[in-house]
Design a protein around this ligand. Structure first.
Ligand code: SF4
Length: 595
């Protein structure tokens, strides 16, 4: 067995109620690392790309990263890999907190869940025992209620991952949550878990791991910590204000979407009303960090009598600025509902933005919305909409289907701000051509993280600085950052730490931890293999070159950005970047991997 890994996984069949252990071959671990890589390997092994993502056979694959739970900074992450019920693409989403660390300590690197239970159940996993337990009494509970109940039932040290009412109702934008408010959000994993009638997974792990080469391991960790301390974004900006602190900076770069990405104009006084500074002043209770993280970007907040986490940057951008709603209290309260009921705040905010544009343009009437005035800027509706969506009632049923389906249902598909069916996050593509290409080529669609998170490199990338408007260099940057991101996802490291350190330090740590000498180039090469597998999965699922694109608005509607009217010219700019991207990836002119 490779040092630091468990070398085994657990397969749970909820239809038959059977649980069995299996061995994970060393060669598989060497090739796919863990986290996203191992998840992608198992998904393609167990599931055909053209099957229904909510079928009995559709697996939910949970994998610890190669360095999850080690002393590597920000190494608390684990991945969940599945075929997205929302989009149909392969999707690997990850989350921080503490659950993944505890999962690895139960003695397993992977958990494969298939089948559908007749009645609600949860899983309990420790080093000694793995069992399926009845959960009728837990159904319909919110995430805080669920988590408190299960921690009281076992011990306070167990970690809980689960779904809220949104996942139970198979809402397509529902999330799986862990540690109360951390989210595996994108692509609708909550709907898949809900379809299996699996309410929660409790992990109770205690196993200890030791590095194979202590000195090398320590040297890499020390170097990583030093770099995190030396970069202003990881030592000051994020620790001081959390991710919401990015809002002003992103607005200053004309990148903050407004009115369903129709423009990026926000009055400065409005931005003040939803800023990180205001959150700190009015609502902050404490800073929080995931496992072994000094960046501590999470915010514990209190609004009225309600205590929760956030809102984060993405939530504030999509459920606030994008909707022309500049009320931090309202955004925070709606965010609490999304967290408690288990919903992706990016997809929710983006889809509400679409509904508002449909409403203002007459595609949706007040009868369709059952009396809800959906004009942009309308106050007092977010909490109601969030609850209706999670409970799958009234007009909320349509919001819960996501932007692509909503736009098609009401006859205006061109107004959905999605890529491959996944709602865009809070960064305007016309304000960063590199990020635009990242969105278009991301394996799970409109995602800044899988797309490479290029958007912020133009402001505080340090050694990774890129010019956001340069067409000629965009493809190289996108490939490089997507590969780095895939390394982070497979090792179980938070993307924010990449503003400080990267695969150079991680290769040293991984070599020291496992005892297998590994170079940064090898890690990136493995990341390319993983992404080629994702690409092939999507092709077999029916996605083609025509899906590597952006909403038409990005090509046809010019808006003022950085002092110039900008759209992305489809032929001379976008197609040129895409062609170059395929070439660098070694794909043919239609985007098919050659091997
Ligand atoms: S930077 Fe934020 S999200 Fe990342 S590990 Fe730290 S607290 Fe968690």
């Amino acid at each position: 067995m490779i040092n630091g890994y468990n070398g085994k996984g657990l397969e749970v069949d909820l239809s038959s109620g059977k649980i069995k252990e299996f061995t994970i071959d060393n060669e598989i671990i060497k090739k796919y690392i863990g986290g996203r890589g191992l998840g992608v390997f198992f998904l393609t092994k167990y599931f055909s790309p053209n099957e229904n993502p909510l079928s009995e056979n559709s697996p939910l694959i949970i994998t610890a990263g190669g360095l999850t739970g080690t002393r590597t900074p920000t190494s608390g992450r684990f991945s969940i890999t599945f075929k997205s019920p929302l989009t149909g693409t392969i999707t690997s989403s990850n989350s921080g907190g503490f659950w993944g660390v505890n999962f690895r300590k139960t003695g397993y690197d992977a958990l494969i869940i298939r089948g559908i239970s007749d009645n609600p159940v949860y899983l309990y996993i420790s080093e000694d025992k793995a069992e399926i337990v009845k959960a009728a009494d837990l159904w319909e509970r919110t995430l805080p209620e669920l988590t408190d109940t299960l921690r009281n039932r076992y011990t306070k040290s167990v970690k809980v991952l689960g779904i809220g009412p949104a996942g139970e109702n198979q809402v397509l934008i529902s999330a799986i949550m862990n540690d109360y408010s951390r989210a595996v959000a994108r692509g609708g994993p909550g709907a898949l878990m809900g379809s299996k009638k699996l309410k929660a997974i409790v992990v109770d792990g205690r196993k200890k791991f030791f590095p194979a080469k202590q000195e090398l391991y320590e040297a890499g960790i020390q170097q990583s910590n030093k770099l995190l301390k030396s970069m202003p974004v990881t030592s000051k900006a994020l620790p001081q204000l959390g991710t919401i602190g990015l809002l002003k900076l992103i607005n200053d770069h004309d990148m903050l979407p407004h009115k369903n990405f129709q423009d990026v104009y926000h009055k400065p006084e409005n931005i003040e009303k939803i800023s990180g500074e205001l959150l700190r002043k009015k609502f902050l209770l404490a800073k929080r960090g995931c496992f072994n993280c000094t960046i501590t970007c999470t915010r514990k907040t209190k609004v009225g009598e309600k205590v929760g986490e956030g809102p984060e940057y993405e939530t504030t951008a999509l459920m606030g600025a994008n909707l022309d709603i500049y009320e931090l209290e309202e955004i925070a309260l709606a965010n609490y509902i999304c967290n408690d009921y288990g919903m992706d705040t990016i997809s929710f905010g983006n889809t509400v933005g679409l509904a508002m544009e449909l409403f203002e343009k007459g595609y949706l009437t007040i009868k369709d919305t059952e009396g809800i005035d959906l004009r942009f800027g309308k106050k007092g509706i977010l909490q109601k909409l969030a609850k209706m969506t999670a409970l799958n009632v009234g007009f909320g049923k349509f919001i819960g289907e996501g932007a692509k389906r909503l736009s098609e249902r009401f006859g205006a598909p061109e107004l959905a701000m999605v890529v491959k069916g996944l709602e865009l996050p809070g960064y305007e593509p016309r304000a960063s051509y590199t990020q635009a290409l990242g969105y278009a080529t991301s394996s799970r669609g409109g995602c800044h993280l899988k797309g490479g998170y290029l958007v912020t490199l133009g402001f505080f990338g340090g050694s990774r600085e890129v010019n956001r408007f340069l067409i000629d260099t965009a493809a190289g940057h996108v490939v490089n950052e997507q590969d780095s991101g895939c390394v982070a996802d497979s090792l179980g490291i938070c993307r924010f730490s990449f503003y400080g350190f990267g695969e150079n330090e991680l290769a040293r740590i991984y070599s020291g931890y496992t005892g297998i000498e590994t170079t940064p180039e090898e890690l990136k090469f493995k990341a390319q293999i993983i992404q080629n597998i994702e690409r092939n999965f999507n092709i077999k699922a029916g996605f083609t070159k025509k899906d590597d694109t952006l909403p038409e608005r990005m090509f046809n509607e010019k808006i003022m950005i950085a002092g110039e009217p900008r759209a992305i010219d489809k032929e001379s700019q976008f197609e040129k970047m895409l062609k170059k991207y395929y070439e660098i990836r070694g794909w043919d002119k239609n985007g098919y991997p050659k091997d």
